[in-house]
Design a protein around this ligand. Sequence first.
Ligand code: BGC
Length: 414
Amino acid sequence: MRLKSVLAASVAALAFAPLAHAEPQAEVLHWWTSGGEAKSVAVLQQEFAARGGKWTDMPVAGGGGDAAMTALRARVLSGNAPTAVQLKGPAIQEWFEEGVLADISAVADAQGWAAVLPASIAGHMKCGDIWCAAPVNVHRVDWIWANKALLDKHGIAMPTTWDEFNAAADKLKAAGVTPLAHGGQAWQDATVFETVVLGLGGADFYRKALVDLDKDALTSDTMVKAFDQMRTLRGYVDANFSGREWNLATAMVMNGEAAFQIMGDWAKGEFVAAGKVPGTDFLCASTPGDGYLYNVDSFAMFKVDGADKIEGQNLLAELIVGQNFQKVFNMNKGSIPARTDVALDDFDACAKLSAADMGASSAGGSLLPSYAHGMALRGAQAGAITDTVTAHFNSDMSSADAVKMLAEAVANSM
Ligand code: BGC
């Protein structure tokens, strides 16, 4: 009897006690481990902590995120998904179809995401009718970075065609300078390849080949030419390129050990983190040809138990799309804000060029998803293309054989 009344009293007390707010918690899986990346993600950690959140960091090193995605799969399969995960493009939809993503529509609706995000970006963040990811930025992939002093010394201007690029590289090579800083990892080969396909084939060709996977485009003479150019580029990298991380390739350009790097604008994050100034120490230009390859980083929240974790997910989603975060993070990261209402006055000239080109490409129909950075295709198809690109780059395979292998690999991945 006594026990019963004690219990009843405590239940009554609980019912009338004001609801304690759970302390927001988040275990965040991401692959931002280079100098510029770490500085960028620290902005989110600080904002999260300032709002009372407890952040558990789960960084998985490896540019492009392949290792992070392997780690994610292992965690989800063991029934212990991280709270928030750096995830993007069609992979968001793939995970949603597995039934493991949380619905963050309440935050998105309260913050009016639909009004401040371009439709093309919002499309990637929605799974059916619900919001299932929060966008961080827009990275442009088709960039060339150059060491200004080296180009000046050799009387070279930033190339505007692939022929000009090859001529500049031949001149540098003859002078004993490594023309192209490159990291021989499959995703970096793919990054270079997609800019070559866009540059040589144009926007419509890129879309047919690397978005629609059109067989005629994949086996066309234009694709043969793209592999020819990859073979030419192979001749411009140094002997130690194999396996090198992308940020070490960026450092080669920074230190004058190589003239150019073809890489997305997370490379600018590295230059800037090292105190280098665009236009003075290094130059940025889009890779030859028209168009814009976009790569939108975003975070998806996984279904987890516990009010504290759900609170953490909501807080993260709110902060990520917040105006201040979108500005400060992207100034560090090299990208531009995903929101359209963040002023770019304090951003550098490369970011302003990115924003202007994105607008023009969007109007002209040449704003295209990066296949190499998981924006255009599902994992199996993207993997089939990358396997071919890297097999060709690392052997003496002919362009004709590469095109044959490409079409077969894509067909087998469907
Ligand atoms: C991501 C960037 C990241 C880069 C290098 C890209 O796929 O979108 O945020 O900096 O990989 O790891």
